[in-house]
Design a binder for this molecule. Structure first.
Ligand code: FSX
Ligand code: SF4
Ligand code: F3S
Length: 368
């Protein structure tokens, strides 16, 4: 079993003040706060009164926990595990069977009103929720027992936030996200498949330091992480604006780092800070390594973001190059339907006429 001790081994020991300092500096930068707040964050983070956390697993692949605990970021993993008191986590705790059930019961009764409930995974609702059971109880029953007693609820991953892959059509188990079942309180959603652990860390540090969650968007996502589109801060954006696209993976444009829109990038309708925060402490992110964004932080992922390798319908893109006065404004994805509905304005060129083409028409040609 992968435990905190293993992580500490990777990290070369326990958590030092330096690690707290480093982690809080990362959290402050992620939150978009001034470095002046770091000492206050360190103080909160080093408090011996660690908030109890009950971490529930339902329909998921455990990728969210894996992302959080990977040895590539031992500082982050150890920091998170030292910031909180992880009282129940099925893949990390040593307890099993009845002892595990007792742990859960004790954690939520002793700490009623004080603990943070983290939910990883979708919740099946069809046929009274029988498609996910733990210790003889359905995920719906467990959530119904635990959530009302929690101080705050964080849905981690796109499955917990919006249902994720198991909610994709035909959604045989009636999978939903936490916010579809719990309506009487705000749910903090940290979507992504898996999400960036730094967004989770920053959210936890914000709650510890200020006693309240970060500002959320209308989908319950922290604005510091999900306030802007991938497309707005993508290093390939100049190529998009100038009409330089990868037409096929491995073609000369791909080798030159051109825009991946035509091979399916969903960056224009996906809200996340991936290009800024990057992953695994080695500065990588999907688009950076040559694959389009697949829209993993959005509601309706997968249905609204597939086919993965076909570009979005209804967006006008510039071709032929030239200097642009104004990049097109691409509207939000209208979620809830099977298809993404996107509005776009054609580009305005300076001194050189730009051509706009309807990508969906071109897409049909590509499919032939
Ligand atoms: Fe879902 Fe988490 Fe995707 Fe997996 O467990 S968000 S399937 S990466 O990891 O819930
Ligand atoms: Fe970057 Fe994708 Fe936008 Fe192209 S379409 S600029 S690859 S986010
Ligand atoms: Fe997901 Fe796109 Fe980021 S696929 S990880 S939101 S670049």
């Amino acid at each position: 079993m992968f435990t905190k001790d293993h992580i500490n081994d990777f990290a070369g020991g326990g958590v030092s003040r330096r690690t707290f300092l480093k982690g809080c500096a990362i959290a402050a930068a992620t939150l978009g706060l001034s470095p002046d707040v770091v000492p206050k964050m360190v103080e909160a983070a080093m408090s011996p009164k660690r908030p109890p956390v009950v971490w529930l697993h339902f329909q998921e692949c455990t990728g969210c926990s894996e992302a959080l605990l990977r040895a590539a970021r031992p500082d982050i993993a150890t920091l998170i595990l030292d910031l909180i008191s992880l009282d129940y986590h099925e893949t990390l705790m040593a307890a099993a069977g009845k002892q595990a059930e007792e742990n859960l019961h004790n954690a939520i009764t002793k700490n009623a009103g004080k603990f943070i409930c983290v939910v990883e995974g979708g919740i099946p609702t069809k046929d009274s929720g029988i498609y996910c059971k733990i210790g003889g109880k359905t995920a719906m029953e467990i959530l119904g027992d635990v959530a009302p007693k929690a101080k705050a609820i964080i849905a981690i991953g796109t499955c917990g936030a919006f249902g994720g892959v198991q909610a994709a059509k035909p959604n045989p188990t009636g999978a939903v996200g936490v916010q579809d079942l719990i309506k009487d309180r705000p749910i903090i959603n940290i979507p992504g498949c898996p999400p960036n652990p730094e967004n989770f860390l920053a959210t936890v540090v914000q709650i510890l330091t200020y006693g309240r969650p970060p500002e959320l968007d209308e989908l319950g996502r922290p604005k510091f992480a999900y306030g802007r589109k991938i497309h707005d801060h993508c290093e390939r954006r100049p190529h998009f604006d100038e009409g330089r696209f990868v037409e096929r993976f491995g073609d000369p444009g791909h080798k030159k780092g051109y825009c991946l829109y035509k091979v399916g990038c969903k960056g224009p309708v996906t809200y996340s800070n991936c290009s800024v925060e990057r992953f695994c402490n080695i500065g990588v992110w999907p688009v950076g390594v040559g694959h389009g964004c697949i829209g993993c932080t959005e509601p309706g992922f997968w249905d609204t973001m597939t086919p993965i390798y076909k570009h979005l319908p209804g967006i006008y893109i510039p071709v032929g190059g030239g200097i642009r006065e104004q990049a097109e404004e691409i509207g939000k994805v209208a979620v809830g339907g099977a298809a993404a509905v996107i509005a776009a304005h054609a580009a305005v060129g300076i001194g050189k006429k730009l051509f706009s083409i309807r990508c969906s028409t071109e897409n049909k040609d590509e499919e032939k």
